[in-house]
Design a protein around this ligand. Structure first.
Ligand SMILES: NC(=O)c1ccc[n+]([C@@H]2O[C@H](COP(=O)([O-])OP(=O)(O)OC[C@H]3O[C@@H](n4cnc5c(N)ncnc54)[C@H](O)[C@@H]3O)[C@@H](O)[C@H]2O)c1
Length: 363
């Protein structure tokens, strides 16, 4: 049986990917995750008894543990999501981003290379897919799109750490022939996103009648993609992508933050009408948009991201399946139906299991 090792599989995109991989492939799926504040076993609760699912708690920067896991589970591919991901946190404390995203990816590459070399002929189909962001390309003006050959110009410490990781992954292909592929995706929204990121933060704040803080003038543009479409793209790259290649992924759905907030508030109003929400009534308000407050801009805030996705569309036949209006409605419904999840992960009480390595490992 094929085995996919998914780093960061207990985080937002990782857990959606794990679910999809268990549904759409016959592979065993082994999650390797440190369970930082952003990762939770609650995100994988519905698959914990799946016969093809395993979980190991660990840090990708722990090369010895990663080597043991590789020897123990003998994966046929690694899909690398694990990272520190919140731009605001990277401004407050960049060091963690260097440790997880740069050193972590380097140690993972070293362990993967040693393992791959040991596979010999059996390593023919081995793949290392590195999941990255379009933020590595920097900021666009009103026109134009990021292409795979756009130059790197990261502006936040988060983007710089992902850019450095991308370069290491590329170097391990060019120098050591590790069969790597890189994906650079635009902003995701959907289920299980830690409620510090724009979409869940605004949703939960609005539902509770709290202010909706908007950075600067709110006109920064992002290209939004439903998380399951991102996961389908990563699966397509894993199955059909060309070794050594990179693929941009995006929704073709540009919205500035004010427009995103309007879409969110209107989807929320359908499920939980503002006029009947006691939290708003208590503040004498009748519409969620009245909760908007403008706050000083984030330093280095990129103005616009937009991705040219013709390569993955033309070469791998991928395209987003979920319309933005549907994705936003589904996301709003999920957060309103899962308030206990929100409270638990925000309180940092999501629970953890110790590392588990099967006893057939060889080190
Ligand atoms: N969220 C987005 O919009 C977006 C867009 C494009 C690319 N990406 C990339 O996708 C990946 C996943 O993003 P996300 O939004 O799901 O992130 P997330 O913050 O929700 O989850 C990250 C996961 O990685 C784990 N992790 C962190 N450091 C680790 C370490 N040292 N060792 C092992 N596990 C560790 C965390 O416990 C968590 O489960 C990241 O690499 C990110 O750069 C995210």
């Amino acid at each position: 049986m094929d085995t996919i090792l998914v780093t960061g599989g207990a985080g937002f995109i990782g857990c959606n990917f794990v679910r999809m991989a268990l549904r759409q492939t016959v592979s065993r799926v082994v999650v390797f995750d440190k369970l930082t504040y952003a990762g939770s076993l609650l995100n994988l609760k519905d698959v914990e008894h799946h016969p093809r699912y395993e979980f190991v708690r660990g840090d990708i920067a722990d090369r010895r543990l990663v080597a043991e896991v590789l020897q123990g589970f003998r994966p046929t591919s690694i899909v690398h999501f694990a990272a520190e991901t919140h731009v605001d946190r990277s401004i407050e404390g960049p060091r963690n981003f260097l440790d997880a995203n740069v050193i972590g990816t380097f140690e993972l590459l070293e362990a993967a290379l040693a393992y791959y070399r040991g596979l010999g002929e059996k390593g023919r189909d081995f793949r290392f897919v590195h999941v990255s962001t379009d933020e590595v390309y920097g900021s666009l003006g009103p026109q134009g799109y990021f292409r795979e050959d756009s130059h790197y110009a990261p502006n936040s410490p988060y983007a710089a750490s992902k850019a450095a990781a991308d370069h290491f992954v590329r170097a391990y292909f060019r120098t050591f022939n590790l069969p790597t592929l890189i994906t650079n995706c635009s902003n995701n929204y959907g289920y299980y996103q830690f409620p510090e990121k724009l979409v869940p933060l605004m949703l939960l704040n609005a539902a509770a009648g709290r202010n909706l803080p908007i950075y600067g003038d709110g006109l920064n543009v992002r290209d939004w993609l439903f998380v399951e479409d991102h996961c389908a793209a990563v699966l397509a790259v894993l199955r059909y992508g060309k070794i050594g290649e990179k693929y941009n992924i995006g929704g073709g759905n540009e919205l500035n933050n004010l427009q995103m907030l309007e879409a969110l508030c209107s989807a929320l109003d359908e499920r939980l009408p503002a006029k009947e929400n006691p939290a708003l009534k208590a503040r004498g308000l009748t519409s969620y948009l009245q909760l908007r407050v403008f706050v000083p801009d984030r330093p280095g805030h990129d103005r616009r991201y937009a991705t040219d996705t013709s390569r993955i569309r033309n070469e791998l036949g991928w395209r987003p399946a979920c319309r933005f209006e549907d994705g936003i409605r589904r996301t709003v419904r999920w957060y309103l139906d899962n308030t206990a999840w929100c409270e638990t992960v925000l309180a940092g009480r999501s629970g953890a299991r110790p590392p588990f390595i099967p006893d057939n490992h060889q080190s």
